[in-house]
Design a protein around this ligand. Structure first.
Ligand SMILES: Cc1cc2nc3c(=O)[nH]c(=O)nc-3n(C[C@H](O)[C@H](O)[C@H](O)COP(=O)(O)OP(=O)(O)OC[C@H]3O[C@@H](n4cnc5c(N)ncnc54)[C@H](O)[C@@H]3O)c2cc1C
Length: 416
């Protein structure tokens, strides 16, 4: 089934009886060429590109819950490619270009909206750092504009420009940044993969790996054992727990990150705005709710819920940045388990076990990376060699001290 204006028109006139399920509900086959463990955004994008770009269609995606139950359905949906380091920027710019064509590519409305992302700065040194980042972005093909205080005011007049402690001195704007509807991204990839023959198997938890003579030959699941030539793990916040089943210890800690939505308001915030004197990012959904988040909760956990001190901290930042929001009511909040790598940069790599591959460590930033992560992981799984743009995301980078410490804030997750 393809979506088109004609199809919507026809269904509207004929009682909407012609829509079919977006994907099948198959039982697992005894064996596959590739098993992707984890049906989040990255796992589904990997399966989609494996089938579409690399012609590998004998693939299963095994998901322990339902599609969208993990971080793909819990994030604040911010998309940007405003990274500075040469290992990161081209990779996230690749993602941006894929985002720009994703809806046409998957024939699915993921509500990708390039409303721009504005990072505020509050001091001269911070503006200098932003100028440096903006220049690095431009040099690697991304767009960036350094705004002065008046230009920021034109864009967002509702900000508190003269806060005594955090006066706004300017901002870095990436106009191509924005948001997308997160779960529609998962559904679009799932539908596209399913159409090309990939089996998407929900409620199927991987409970162990078959490892014989240093080679992974399949997995144990709650639906029985399944053989595979290659197994690609892609389970975000569960990375340490799942890879421990194969005997691997990862440079990853699991932390909870919360997000919130306010009651619906009339159009207030044009794009994504981030506070530069704390940790707060905010945008407005198409329904009118303000979507916002801040720091991780700073304790290790696998619980998908957080605690009050971070909520208080985020509310304080919001009052400092946009005092007018002081009386807006919070509608709901939730948490997701984050796979925080020790340098803030992800992994897309083989492991020392033959046939076993790993993708994870996405920290705060995996949603925006979904298309390029899926593409590069599919490249690795199909060709057994890293994609050019993912060569920096190696598991052994800590052995040689070659960290990719994007924010330059030290290797502890609580500083990212
Ligand atoms: C509150 C919050 C806000 C965020 N905001 C942003 C943002 O604005 N921008 C951005 O770029 N990123 C953001 N992120 C990060 C982003 O959501 C994640 O980095 C990204 O979604 C992780 O990849 P994924 O989609 O594949 O993960 P997930 O959707 O978590 O997928 C992993 C899947 O693996 C499954 N799984 C786990 N164990 C097993 C097993 N044993 N067997 C089978 N399946 C298993 C899980 O059920 C899950 O569905 C945010 C995250 C959170 C929590």
């Amino acid at each position: 089934m393809r979506f088109s204006a004609f199809k919507i028109f026809k269904e509207g006139l004929t009682g909407n009886k012609g829509w079919t399920p977006h994907w099948r509900e198959p039982e697992p086959k005894p064996s596959y060429d590739v098993i992707v463990v984890g049906g989040g955004g990255h796992g589904l994008a990997t399966a989609y590109y494996l089938a579409k770009e690399f012609g590998v269609t004998n693939v299963a995606v095994l998901e322990k819950g339902w599609l969208g139950s993990g971080n793909i359905g819990r994030n604040t949906t911010i998309i940007r490619s405003n990274y500075m380091l040469p290992e990161n920027n081209p990779f996230y710019e690749m993602a941006m270009k894929l985002w720009e064509n994703l809806e046409q590519d998957t024939n699915y409305n993921s509500m990708f909206s390039q409303r721009g992302i504005l990072n505020l700065c509050h001091s001269d040194p911070q503006r200098d750092a932003m100028a440096r980042r903006g220049n690095a972005m431009i040099l690697s093909g991304a767009d960036a504009e350094l705004l002065n205080r008046e230009q920021v005011r034109e864009l967002c007049p509702f900000l508190s420009f003269d806060n005594e402690r955090f006066p706004i001195t300017g901002g870095l704007l990436q106009r191509r940044g924005g948001t997308a509807r997160h779960d529609a991204v998962a559904w679009g990839y799932a539908r596209g993969a399913d159409m090309r023959g990939v089996d998407i198997i929900q409620n199927c938890e991987v409970t162990g790996f078959h490892i014989e003579n240093g080679v992974c030959t399949g997995v144990d699941t709650t639906k029985g054992p399944i053989k595979a030539n290659k197994v690609g793990v892609c389970v975000a916040g569960s990375s340490s727990r799942v890879m421990a089943k194969a005997g691997l210890r990862l440079p990853i800690e699991s932390h909870v990150l919360q997000a919130f939505v306010s009651e619906g308001l009339k159009p207030t915030i044009p794009g994504v705005v981030t506070f530069g004197a704390g940790h707060l990012y905010i945008s407005q959904s198409d329904k009118g709710g303000l979507v916002f988040g801040g720091d991780i909760d700073k304790y290790n956990t696998y619980a998908q819920r957080g605690n009050l001190p971070v909520i208080e901290h985020i509310a304080e930042d919001m009052r400092a940045m946009i005092p007018a929001l002081g009386r807006v009511r919070l509608l709901r909040g939730w948490g997701g388990v984050m796979d925080m790598s020790m340098d803030g940069t992800p992994f897309i790599d083989k492991t020392h076990i033959g046939g076993l591959y790993f993708n994870g460590g996405w920290c705060y930033g995996g949603f925006k990376a979904t298309p390029s992560s899926g593409w590069c992981y599919a490249h690795l799984l199909a060709k057994d060699e890293s994609h050019e743009l993912a060569k920096g995301f190696r598991l052994d980078r800590f052995i040689g001290g070659n960290m990719v410490d994007e924010k330059g804030q030290g290797p502890q997750p609580n500083l990212h």
